[in-house]
Write a protein that binds this ligand. Structure first.
Ligand code: PLP
Length: 389
């Protein structure tokens, strides 16, 4: 191919390929067990697959309405009313998106201007900061405090300035498995009540929460909800990450801005999937049970890892567990994760990749959204590792 000789000034000079693609490719190359990227290795409900076939066969194959199929928006409105006592109008306060990542990106693109500051809590899902930068905004990274990865609200208070436009939160949290409590939400409400800050709340793991905790959605707090955009993912809830479907809820004024951008970058989302999901969601058991299922997997993986030198950090939600490997090696996490994949056949994600300024910890994130057999096989390899420094 002829070479392009023009000047390319990258808009994201520091960005390479995401760590999830890098580690998954390394896992494939070395035939390692892949506990790196966050996707289930078990099957989707055959009922849901059949519904998609049915919807395709009965002709739902052309563009969906820009905000999404109305039946799906209606069932989402019903769901959040039942779960969080929140009232959202399907007409102008709910939009179906091509996954959670697109919803986050579009929300940021629609509301962040040149020079706006966005508070992000590190470690953070890796799409947040680049999305803010591409919109001309400035990510302001605050660190969650280990071992429970809690938010230091005094620090948030000190960081709020005239230019703070948005605070981005995520509960249950990727990569740490921490959750926000109702007192966190009340602090957030207090700190934002006298300003114009928008909350972007990433709640894609809303149903994956353990030990009797209840998910504290921003939607439960009316004063927060009125300034919040709340993001969800069908991929996480129905084990369909490859379908890239999700949704966002926001009061109508915020949603109007969201849709102005959504219509030009996606326009509308896969039609037969939307009809199928609307039908499937009528049975609440399809999502109500997944917390218990993942709690058993977390417990199994922790139990299997008991004899190992990897030490687990707390995990109250999401399908990720962080393990500290400092008793095994002094290597930085990226090198250790590579070696673990190549030499020991288990892929994970180095937690430093979720930080703007990595704290230099010996932490790896493992995804336990895997069959029991996969978890057993991975744990067997990890337990066998004593010292590879
Ligand atoms: C915290 C968080 N937000 C958003 C997403 C993106 O969800 P989706 O796959 O629906 O784009 C993920 C996926 O890993 C995630 O972990």
């Amino acid at each position: 191919m002829p070479k392009f000789n023009g000047l390319i000034t990258s808009k994201l000079p520091a960005a390479g390929t995401t760590i999830f693609s890098v580690m998954s490719a390394l896992a494939t190359e070395h035939k390692a067990i892949n506990l790196s990227q966050g996707f289930p290795d078990f099957e989707v409900s055959p009922d849901l697959i059949n519904l998609v076939h049915e919807m395709m066969k009965c002709g739902h194959n052309q563009y969906a309405p820009m905000p999404g199929v109305l039946q799906l928006r209606q069932i989402i409105a019903q769901k959040v009313k039942e779960l969080y006592s929140a009232n959202y109008n399907p007409e102008d306060e709910i939009t179906i998106t091509s996954g959670g990542t697109q919803a986050l990106f579009t929300a940021i693109a629609a509301l962040i201007r040149e020079g706006d500051e966005v508070i992000i809590f590190d470690p953070a899902y890796d799409s947040y900061a680049p999305a803010v930068k591409l919109a001309g905004g400035i990510p302001v990274s605050l660190q969650l405090k280990p071992p429970h990865f809690s938010i230091e609200w005094n620090e948030v208070k000190r960081s709020i300035r005239q230019r703070t436009r948005m605070i981005l939160i995520n509960t249950p949290h990727n990569p740490t498995g921490s959750i926000l409590t109702s007192s966190d939400m009340m602090m957030l409400e207090k700190l934002t009540k006298d300003n114009d800050i928008i909350i972007l709340s990433d709640e894609v793991y809303e149903h994956i929460i353990f030990d009797g905790y209840e998910h504290q959605s921003v939607m439960r707090f009316p004063k927060l909800a009125e300034r919040s955009m709340v993001v969800f993912s069908f991929g996480k809830t129905f084990h369909t990450t490859g379908w890239k479907t999700g949704y966002i809820l926001a009061p109508s004024a915020l949603m109007a801005e969201f849709r102005k951008v959504h219509q030009f970058n996606v326009f509308s989302v896969n039609t037969p999937l939307q009809y199928a999901l609307a039908e499937f969601m009528r049975d609440k058991n399809h999502y109500a049970g997944i917390g218990k299922m993942y709690e058993q997997k977390r417990n199994l993986f922790m139990q299997l890892m008991k004899g190992s030198k990897f030490k687990p950090l707390a995990c109250s939600g999401s399908y990720f567990l962080i393990f500290d490997y400092s008793k095994i090696s002094d290597e930085p996490d990226f090198e250790f994760a590579r070696r673990l994949t190549i030499e020991h056949g288990v892929a994970s994600i180095p937690v430093s990749s979720f930080y703007n300024k990595p704290p230099g910890k010996k932490w790896l994130r493992f995804c336990f959204a895997k069959s029991d057999e996969t978890l057993k096989a991975a744990a067997e390899r990890l337990v066998a590792i004593q010292d590879i420094a």
